[in-house]
Design a protein around this ligand. Structure first.
Ligand code: SF4
Ligand code: SF4
Length: 361
């Protein structure tokens, strides 16, 4: 619950920040390619707010806005995240930039999603409407009718720009090459491979906005200052940070005033993480779920890393032991592998993580 003290603090923030225009002027900004939209280098990823109470979420979102964040990314799939954004910004809509996403596979689903999003967000337009991680890049004439629906929605003024999100390099490349999209949202962190860097460069050349998700690699990277400093090098990249707690928000807000720089110390930290996190590892995206055996794949398949990169006690509780034990019930149906955008052999990875886990008990 939000306490009266915190509500008062927010009110006082509003007064102070309305006067403190200079703070906003100094803030690092990114132009999202041909959209011309100028967003703060600190975007708010609104997936995690689905896990907190509405009042708490509204408080966080408004605090972010009053401290200079102007870009908020959500999705139809993030349960009530859109509704919380709508509640926070119904009266300041024109001052912020909102992107949301549809996972529809046909035009009928597209229109249902779009109308639901507009209603949830309490708005009559969406700044960037994105196809949410489609298996193939939607194009005119591909028979899904999705891209045609996007164009019609744009003509109707319900959306302003057309975007796509993806975890698969091949689909992302295809989207850039197609020239059909204004923005691409793609995982991008200091673990970026050469191919990821080429994709970012290709976006820049194509004048497409590049929105970086998973800059903390689904929680495996724990040094947000290093992540921020790395991404600050790319003048066309707009990172969105998944924020659930006020402490996380405060951390990213503090970087606006005192941006972390790529010092020797931070560069060494990045190199060390790269050595530890190379090759095939689970990013925790959860696209492989649900699992018919009830395995929480997005955490169980990266348990070895979580145990070594976060306080391990949190993962050794009875509850976690039960979750890990479910790996014994894997049906080897292969459903997860077919959906993993990183091409991981998920059942093998689960098995390896389980064997390692048992050595900690
Ligand atoms: S192979 Fe195992 S982990 Fe993957 S979906 Fe099937 S039961 Fe779940
Ligand atoms: S196994 Fe693949 S799809 Fe599943 S959570 Fe890990 S990276 Fe994501």
């Amino acid at each position: 619950m939000i306490t009266d003290k915190r509500t008062t603090a927010l009110q006082s923030d509003k007064k102070v920040l309305k006067q403190n225009v200079e703070t906003r002027k100094n803030m690092q900004k990114v132009t999202l390619g041909k959209t011309g939209l100028v967003v703060s280098k600190n975007g708010f990823g609104a997936l995690p707010i689905q896990r907190i109470e509405k009042k708490e979420a509204v408080y966080l979102l408004q605090k972010a806005f009053y401290h200079g964040m102007n870009y908020f990314d959500t999705a139809r799939w993030y349960t009530d995240s859109e509704e919380k954004l709508g509640a926070a910004f119904a009266y300041t809509r024109e001052k912020i930039i909102i992107s949301t996403k549809t996972g529809a596979v046909d035009a009928k689903g597209f229109w249902t999603d779009l109308e639901t999003s507009l209603s949830n967000l309490r708005t009559d337009y969406i700044d960037i409407y994105q196809f949410h991680n489609p298996a193939a890049c939607p194009k005119p004439g591909d028979e899904s009718g999705l891209y045609e629906a996007m164009l019609k929605a744009k003509q109707q003024g319900k959306i302003r720009h057309i975007g796509i999100t993806n975890h698969r390099l091949a689909v992302a490349r295809n989207a850039v090459e197609s020239g059909l999209y204004d923005t691409l949202q793609f995982p991008f962190s200091y673990l970026a491979s050469e191919a990821d860097l080429e994709l970012e460069e290709a976006c820049k050349k194509a004048n497409m906005g590049f929105i970086a998700m998973k800059a903390l690699s689904g929680g495996l990277l724990t040094d947000s200052a290093a992540a921020y400093a790395y991404l600050a090098q790319f003048d066309n990249v707009a990172p969105i940070w998944g924020i659930q707690r006020e402490s996380e928000l405060d951390e990213f807000l503090s970087y606006q005033e005192t941006p972390p720089v790529l010092s020797e110390e931070i560069a060494a930290k990045i190199e060390k993480d790269k050595e530890q996190l190379c090759g095939d590892f689970c990013r925790g995206c959860g696209y492989c779920m649900p699992c018919p055996a009830g395995i929480e794949i997005n955490n169980c398949a990266r348990m070895s890393l979580l145990l070594r990169r976060a306080p391990k006690e949190a993962y050794l509780t009875e509850e976690w032991q039960e979750k890990m034990k479910k790996i014994e019930n894997c049906l080897h149906c292969g459903k997860c592998m077919g959906k993993c955008p990183y091409g991981l052999h998920t059942p093998d990875l689960l098995e390896k993580n389980y064997e390692d886990y048992k050595t900690f008990l």
